[in-house]
Design a protein around this ligand. Structure first.
Ligand SMILES: [Zn+2]
Length: 397
């Protein structure tokens, strides 16, 4: 399944109707959530999907859309319990204001899209079809972004592509904040720092927004202005990541990257910069683009990748974040810190290559081979048991 996102331009009347439907959807969500809570306090269990579905008849929305909201409520409640059972901290679903209800979903019928987009009950909506959709369209979501722009998102079942031939080399990638990425062959990708570029402007309009009188029309307008700038920043970021990831999967036949827990890292330190870099979005893009480009992406355990010497395997415990070059006291290797990490990352999936991993012995290699059962001919002999990321794409293109 792949998602395609297109901008749509509803007329004034249509937009009014769309907003009205969002309003109804929000009310429905709140009503159902309230009902869930009531049943739970009275009887000690949550209603099933079917019970919720029976409550939503004739609400004024498209039939399947309102059913889907019942499913959404049910799923979000159940999800909380699953997460809490696994000791993950999370909040209970909230009652929504209109700003938090953003989309109307058409899971099967109610829309038709050939040259024009027709959606019941809004009629023909102007759409900018900037690219072709491959495969069969399954679902439609109409979405209003905080900036006030409307989008149509189609999910389509795409036929499996035949991978292109790729004669590129293998590469390890070290992601960072100072530079966006360092490749094991010495190439460097600069960090564009999108947020930093607009930080001053953002602060200015946010300050203006906070000074506006509550519930005033001016405040509403200022809020849209803030949302628009945020949208611009994230658009820039996504564009950059798309370009980089496409280039990488086309140039290399094998990519090793770190499996980063960026959320956790961001909570500890440098949160703004880490989120701004968009590592997880990048990892996602690499994974789903790789298949079509005949490239293989593997994520490895990031432990000690920067502290380990890439020539002899010695681990320097005293290396701090400030040291930009790595000097090995054992073998005397002096190398850029990020480059060292990138080489280590590549070595982790290709043990025994370059003859530097001698101490890790053949036995270990054999163990790995047995565990993963993936063998490749040619330059890449082994893949560690990290399964290649599945090529699903939560990323809207
Ligand atoms: Zn060394």
């Amino acid at each position: 399944m792949k998602s395609y996102k297109f901008r749509i331009y509803p007329s004034k009347k249509q937009e009014e109707l769309l907003n009205k439907h969002l309003w109804l959807a929000k009310n429905l969500w709140n009503e159902l959530l309230g009902e869930c809570k009531k049943i739970y306090t009275n009887f000690g269990y949550f209603p099933t999907k079917n019970t919720l579905q029976l409550m939503v008849k004739n609400y004024g929305l498209y039939a399947q859309t309102q059913q889907e909201i019942a499913h959404r409520v049910h799923n979000s409640v159940i999800r909380v319990f699953k997460l809490r059972n696994n000791l993950v901290k999370c909040g209970f679903p909230r009652f929504k204001s209109i700003d938090r209800m953003k989309s109307l979903h058409y899971p099967q019928y109610g829309f038709c899209f050939d040259k024009k987009l027709k959606v019941t009950p809004f009629g023909e909506i102007a759409i900018k079809k900037h690219r072709e959709i491959k495969g069969e369209i399954k679902t439609l979501t109409l979405k209003r972004e905080s900036s006030g722009k409307w989008f149509a998102i189609f999910c389509a079942e795409t036929p499996k592509e035949i991978p292109k031939e790729n004669n590129g080399e293998a590469v390890g990638i070290d992601l960072g904040v100072m530079r966006f990425a360092t490749l094991s062959d010495g190439k460097v990708i600069k960090n564009p720092r999108h947020l930093m570029k607009y930080e001053k402007e953002l602060a200015f309009i946010q300050r203006k927004f906070s000074r506006k009188k509550k519930r005033s029309k001016n405040r509403k307008m200022a809020k849209v202005r803030v949302a628009r700038l945020y949208e611009k920043i994230s658009d820039c970021r996504r564009d950059f990541l798309h370009k980089i990831s496409t280039e990488l999967v086309n140039d290399y036949s094998f990519i090793a990257s770190e499996r980063l827990a960026s959320q956790k890292m961001a909570e500890q330190n440098y949160g703004k910069q880490i989120h701004d870099a968009g590592w997880s979005m990048f990892a996602n893009m690499l994974a789903y683009k790789a298949e079509g480009a005949g490239c293989r992406v593997v994520f490895v355990n990031p432990e000690n990748t920067s502290k380990m010497c890439s020539r002899c395997g010695n681990i320097r415990k005293d290396l701090s974040l400030r040291d930009r070059t790595y000097t090995c006291p054992e073998c005397g290797l002096t190398i850029d810190r990020d480059l060292n990490a990138a080489v280590n990352i590549l070595k982790r999936v290709t043990p025994g290559q370059g003859g530097s991993n001698a101490c890790n012995s053949l036995q270990k290699e054999r163990d790995v081979a047995e565990r993963s059962n993936v063998c490749e001919a040619g330059s890449l002999r082994l893949l560690i048991g990290e399964a290649c990321h599945k090529a699903t794409s939560p990323e809207f293109s």
